[in-house]
Design a protein around this ligand. Sequence first.
Ligand code: GLU
Length: 277
Amino acid sequence: MRITRSIRLGVGIAALAVVATACGGGEEARNVSSSAENGNLIVGIKFDQPGLGLRNPDGSFSGFDVEVAKYVAGQLGVSEENIEFKESPSAQRETLIQNGEVDYIVATYSITDTRKEKVGFAGPYFVAGQSLLVADGNTDITGPDSLSGGKKLCSVTGSTPAQNIADEYPGVQLQPFDTYSACVEALRNGAVDAVTTDDIILAGYAAQYPGELKVVGEPFTTENYGIGLSKDDTEGRDKINDAIEEMVSTGAWKTAFEETVGPSGYPLPAPPTVDRY
Ligand code: GLU
């Protein structure tokens, strides 16, 4: 009986996997303008980063990246209810764009030359910097140089902070996870000593667990957040750049920041200048 049930379950899961693959993307990158003309956009965000991209228990989405995504959609003529948000973990972002599973991605996504070989970027719309999150009572971790000597550091596969640690601090014991929320759980239960990624992301987790977690040290990289889209979609890139400039000049950028990231205590920075490369 047990065996029969598990076989049936197995077949069911396999069938589901086939359906999921068949539905997932056209395997060809999208064009932002044509999607907008058809009235719908699929936008990649994070689902587990408080203050930036978060799926709430009631199914709604909140955070600065979500507000930027909605503003850009609005400028493209697409209203909020016609946006489908799709979870875009760090390591999957280029593939999601290249396979046409999303129109654009607003997900704490740093503009880098390596990524530009595969995707295009509008922006930057924000500048962050890599930092460290530790337990509130920790006193010996103060910056990346204090991580050698067997300290366990969690970061996310496919992210620039994980790559930076591997390149610049080879002595550090790096534990790669799929998401930052998984890293934060590992930190809370003592499986790792610190989490590294951008300061603005860490500030959101520190605010979620006040008195338990804290951000330490000075930011030690520059992360220019871009809106990722198909590499060849220059028209879409121009339109999204226009939308970012509009969001900044109307004050909507500042309001969005204050309402989403503001409560974490992360100070409002000057908005960056869009780079039309
Ligand atoms: N901004 C960095 C990156 O794009 C870290 C944040 C993230 O993984 O989303 O890799």
